[in-house]
Write a protein that binds this ligand. Sequence first.
Ligand code: 5GP
Length: 192
Amino acid sequence: MPAVLVVTGPSGAGKGTLIRELVERVPEIEVTVSATTRERRRGEEDGREYRFLSAAEFHARVEHGEFLEHVEFISGQCYGTLRSELARIAENGHTPLLELETEGALRVKHEVPGAVTIFISARVDELERRLRERATESSGEIHERIELARKQLEQAREFDHVIENDDLERAVTELTTLVRGLLGATATMPRR
Ligand code: 5GP
């Protein structure tokens, strides 16, 4: 059984949607709540999507060695996985699933024995369309994310598994089958 599962890929590849569908089907996994210094978006709740920290608190926690991994990302915003999250999930008897950008994912792959990494891929024009549709970033930030996405797509082969998300339903099935296989889990019905 993998110690941790890592799902990565460019912004707009649909990692969030795929993970939501996955956890409904595979209740043995639990998604870690990352810490970030970025602004809270409408509809997000502190402690649910992220733990929203000030830059000062984030850096203090880095100094104390509280992060398994952390990155400074777009526009200087920081994101990171607190070690305490992995401990909390392990205590629940679940397997932690981390949703990370590629740099953090590669770090976990190399530093955590037994980590399994899954790259969610999509075409660049599709990524751009989804980011513009979501409209949570300014056009400058979208441009920055697209450029980063191009670079990240080239890194796909560094990860253990690659799933194309051109068709959501097919990608959900592929991801669920893969994760069930990794966990040795028997088929489970959706929680809904
Ligand atoms: P967003 O701002 O759209 O929520 O996330 C931006 C990016 O940060 C996404 O690619 C997401 O995977 C990544 N991310 C979220 N949490 C973490 C984390 O704890 N560590 C790292 N390395 N990346 C993260």
